[in-house]
Design a protein. Structure first.
Length: 97
């Protein structure tokens, strides 16, 4: 599974764009975008949406990748992470009914 940073770096490189061009187009500092691409920082949800629109990436897909990254950061060292995630999955499914 590619990280959000990998996705936006690949998209930028495919288009031959510099960080400063992307930053100016989406109103995000180029240094921040660089940190997103390297996985040193996660963007806000609003920034994810702006990047998805700019790169013409399905917004829901990029947002889901962003959320997965946030969850992974929080739970990566927890022994009970998988068990907790299964509990959360059941709870979320109950919301959908």
């Amino acid at each position: 599974m590619e990280t959000l940073g990998e996705i936006i770096r690949i998209e930028r490189e495919k288009r031959g764009l510099l960080l400063r061009h992307v930053g100016a187009s989406v109103d995000i500092d180029q240094a921040l975008i660089s940190k997103f691409e390297r996985g040193e920082r996660l963007p806000t949800k609003d920034q994810v949406i702006r990047l998805a629109k700019f790169y013409n990436i399905e917004e829901n897909d990029l947002t889901a990748t962003w959320l997965a990254g946030k969850i992974l950061i929080e739970l990566q060292h927890e022994k009970m992470a998988l068990r907790a995630m299964k509990m959360v999955e059941k709870k979320i499914k109950s919301f959908e009914k």
